[in-house]
Design a binder for this molecule. Structure first.
Ligand code: NDP
Length: 491
């Protein structure tokens, strides 16, 4: 409620603006009490006999009981995928494969509100983001790869592209449906079949997606969804019937997968962590840069592998920029993910919140200065106030490690050389941002930054036609674009 107190030229003006709640209804979603595994086009009970609960991280309310797939379940899924690959899917006319992908894309569009609500309920991200980013991009990925399905000969001329076989795909919890789309769309377009494992904390949109597959009448076994924890992922990776592994997640698990697959014939792509530098020069349009910084680190609670988590500011504009940034932080609304006014939703899990809190404490202990705007957090659920650290040295853990939360570390530089050196001083190399009005400087920086994606005067922009992926400990292989098809093909 706005208080009408202050008089301005005789007219009462509010001293404090707040928004009325604008909750999106969750009635559009019906969640079952319990889900099995989606194998060979059917729901099956897990042979493991085990289940676990999935919750709403903003309230800690249980949403459904989820099957925990064990080794036998993974084998069933891989066999179903193999059978579908050999008995029809790989030999299907590419233009027919394309039709299924187009159908899936259209159904996702038609049911986008339902998916967006479920994504926010299960993952904690603001409905505004799941509605305006995750869902449109997921559908766009299927549309994009549908277009390539019957043009592979033209995409890779004189190379006779063939599908690889069964793809084992393991995805994280930060963009559950979007990561599913990034994985499944190119795999199917190239003629492969799939066994996919969603993250333990966010299985619900992948399970709803099974309904889309049925609606699209995709042949049984072409896509199989097995839920479970890291052990289920490990079973997929080592299963001898899997020809290609695609993983998005932490660098540690990525390294373990690479060790497991060393010496085998399996193809592998890894999309791992990041610690991106967002570099602001003194000639940058400041207000626009502030929006880019905020979007870079507070979008999706900072649970973004390419988040602009290290801000590098040219020294001459440091004071001005930090003052503006702090002011802007005070306007961010933290709260219920289903409220359309919410900018920053819930942290995805207790475990992730613990990790953020631990790293933030190291920032304090090592001597950085913390700023958090006044903010009242809900009593239940997992929450973290948008945070800025200044006085950060390059050696601090908050400048080196992926926090994967709404926490920004600010460093300064004087010259472009120093900016490049600091930006590249990380084991990662996934993304970077550059803010300057000079086109030549953008191009020069983009050449020198060791990052798979460099955004100029914007941040966190995605398009299915544009490849995405990293250098160094951020992994290898590209997703999106023509490049994203290659890992799913043999030549
Ligand atoms: P993980 O890398 O553990 O999870 C990613 C996926 O891999 C999940 O589906 C996970 O299952 C599965 N998995 C876990 N262990 C194995 C294994 N040994 N073999 C095969 N698959 C496995 O990330 P976390 O969820 O544990 O997050 C930890 C940290 O990783 C975060 O704090 C963040 O820093 C980083 N991260 C980075 C992401 C990125 O996109 N770069 C995405 C997610 C996390 P389950 O869900 O059951 O654990």
């Amino acid at each position: 409620m706005a208080e009408l107190e202050r008089k301005h030229g005789g007219t009462p003006v509010p001293t404090e603006w707040t928004y009325a709640p604008a909750p999106e209804s969750r009635d559009i979603v019906s969640i079952r009490d319990r889900y099995g595994l989606y194998v060979g086009g059917e729901w099956i009970e897990p042979r493991s006999g085990k289940t676990f609960a999935t919750i709403d991280p903003s309230t800690e309310e249980p949403l459904a009981e989820i099957a925990q797939a064990g080794p036998e379940d993974v084998s069933l899924a891989v066999e179903a995928a193999r059978e579908a690959f050999e008995n029809g899917w790989s030999a299907l006319a590419p233009s027919e494969r394309a039709k299924y992908l187009f159908r899936i894309a259209r159904i996702l569009q038609e049911r986008s509100r339902e998916f967006a609500v479920l994504e926010s309920l299960n993952g904690g991200k603001p409905i505004r983001e799941s509605r305006d980013v995750d869902l449109p991009l997921s559908a766009a990925h299927f549309f994009y790869y549908a277009g390539w399905a019957d043009k592979l000969e033209y995409a890779f001329p004189n190379r006779q592209p063939q599908p690889v076989g069964v793809a084992g795909q393991i995805i994280p919890w930060n963009f559950p449906l979007l990561m599913l789309a990034w994985k499944i769309a190119p795999a199917l377009a190239a003629g492969n079949t799939v066994v996919l494992k969603p993250a333990e904390t966010t299985p619900l949109t992948a399970l709803l997606f099974c309904d889309v597959l049925r609606q699209a009448e995709l042949p049984p076994g072409v896509v199989n969804i097995v839920t479970g924890d890291g052990s289920t992922g490990a079973e997929i990776v080592k299963h001898p019937g899997v020809d290609k592994v695609a993983f998005t997640g932490s660098t540690d698990v990525g390294k373990a997968i690479q060790r497991e697959l060393a010496g085998t014939k399996k193809k592998l792509t890894l999309e791992l962590g990041g610690k991106a530098a967002n570099v602001v020069f003194d000639d940058a349009p400041l207000d626009q840069a502030i929006e880019g910084i905020v979007n870079g680190i507070y979008f999706n609670q900072g649970h973004v592998c390419c988040a602009g988590s290290r801000l590098l500011v040219q020294e001459s504009i440091y004071e001005q920029l930090i003052a503006k940034l702090k002011r802007r932080l005070g306007t961010l609304r933290v709260g219920a993910p289903l409220d359309k006014n919410t900018d920053v939703g819930a942290i995805n899990s207790r475990q992730q919140l613990d990790k953020i809190e631990e790293l933030v404490q190291t920032g304090r202990d090592e001597g950085a200065e913390i700023y958090q705007p006044p903010c009242r957090l809900p009593e239940r659920g997992y929450w973290f106030v948008p945070t800025v650290f200044t006085n950060v040295a390059q050696s601090y853990r908050i400048a080196q490690e992926e926090i994967f939360g709404p926490v920004l570390s600010v460093l300064t530089f004087r010259t472009p050389d120093e900016a490049v050196e600091k930006a590249n001083n990380t084991p990662y190399g996934l993304s970077a941002g550059v803010w300057t009005e000079k086109g030549s400087r953008i191009l020069a920086m983009a050449q020198r930054l060791r990052a798979g994606v460099v955004w100029a005067n914007t941040y966190n922009r995605f398009d299915p036609a544009s490849p995405f992926g990293g250098y160094k400990e951020s992994g290898f292989g590209r997703e999106g674009g023509l490049h994203g098809l290659e890992p799913y093909l043999r030549f």
